[in-house]
Design a protein around this ligand. Structure first.
Ligand code: ARG
Length: 293
């Protein structure tokens, strides 16, 4: 199989903001200009796809399903590492209909050999996929958010499934309800994060593992523009339109920035990272994974 990064994205044809399960979502504002917003969303999704492809990525597409607008955020569908997909369970009934759709998508990917295993969470646990379980390739561990959406007990399930350390980070605010809205490990070992989104225990856990020189703090405006919700490919970072302050911080450290206007998706509380799901992430070289199985 090719070693180009492989992403899952969803056709935005059924995207809308029709309910409110996070403070960014304003169904009234969407409804007032629904036609225009949908056209903008299609353009934004294509621009994101183009950016990923231009950086060497490949994209698999999930078909749109009427009545499941948040299907456009496949990062919430599963945690994927080494060909194993741990299927999500959503906290809000509004998104639970996505579970069966994504299960079918992952089973199909398994039949095609893109994935090796599709795994269920134990009963009674909520876990919203890679949005709350972010692989840190540099440190060889998962950072896992819990509180607003995923259950604390999901940490053990993730650790058992993948056999890697999981560092739990409790989220302190409703606005930053998934870890990917406020935390982004980068390829050089740096971490872009928004400190006010975390409890003091979570901040201590970050500080214990990431030296000060490697911590890049996002300001209110930068996190509020959903720029921490970014896709990092080596030295390149794809994100929503960034305040110049953030662009300066990142380019100053040698990262290239690829900004995409994702405004319609920010109206739903999501941006670049959660509009995608990396399917080819490996904890170590392929040969070592096969040997261990
Ligand atoms: N409207 C969606 C929700 O509230 C947005 C999800 C964005 N995903 C993310 N991982 N940040 O569930």
């Amino acid at each position: 199989m090719s070693d180009r990064p492989l992403f899952l994205m969803t056709d935005p044809a059924a995207f809308e903001v029709s309910y409110r399960i996070n403070p960014w979502m304003r169904p009234e504002a969407w409804k007032a200009h629904a036609g225009e917003r949908l056209a903008e969303a299609r353009a934004a999704s294509s621009a994101l796809r183009r950016a990923l492809v231009e950086l060497g990525g490949q994209v698999e597409t999930v078909g749109a399903v009427r009545g499941l607008p948040d299907l456009v955020f496949p990062a919430n569908a599963a945690v994927v590492l080494d060909g194993r997909a741990l299927l999500a369970r959503f906290r809000h009934p509004e998104r639970q209909g996505e579970e069966a759709v994504f299960r079918e998508v992952f089973c199909r990917l398994k039949r095609r050999g893109v994935l090796r295993a599709v795994i269920d969470l134990p009963e009674g646990i909520f876990q919203e996929g890679a949005g709350d379980a972010i692989w840190d390739a540099e440190r060889g561990l998962f950072w896992a958010g819990f509180g607003p959406r995923s259950s604390e007990s999901s940490l053990v399930a993730i650790e058992r499934t993948f056999g890697h350390e999981v560092v739990g980070l409790e989220l302190a605010s409703d606005r930053y309800y998934h870890l990917d809205t406020c935390f982004c490990p980068l390829a050089g070992g740096e971490v872009l994060y928004y400190p006010p989104a975390f409890t003091s225990d979570a901040l201590a856990a970050i500080h214990a593992r990431v030296p000060e020189a490697a911590r890049i703090e996002a300001a209110d405006e930068e996190a509020g523009a959903f720029c921490v919700n970014a896709v990092n490919l080596d030295r390149q970072i794809v994100m929503a339109r960034a305040p110049t302050s953030l662009a300066a911080k990142l380019t100053g450290r040698g990262y290239g920035l690829r900004e995409v206007d994702l405004a319609p998706f920010i109206l739903s509380g999501g941006a670049a990272y959660c509009m995608t799901l990396r399917l080819d992430r490996k904890s170590r070289p392929e040969r070592a994974i096969l040997a261990a199985e």
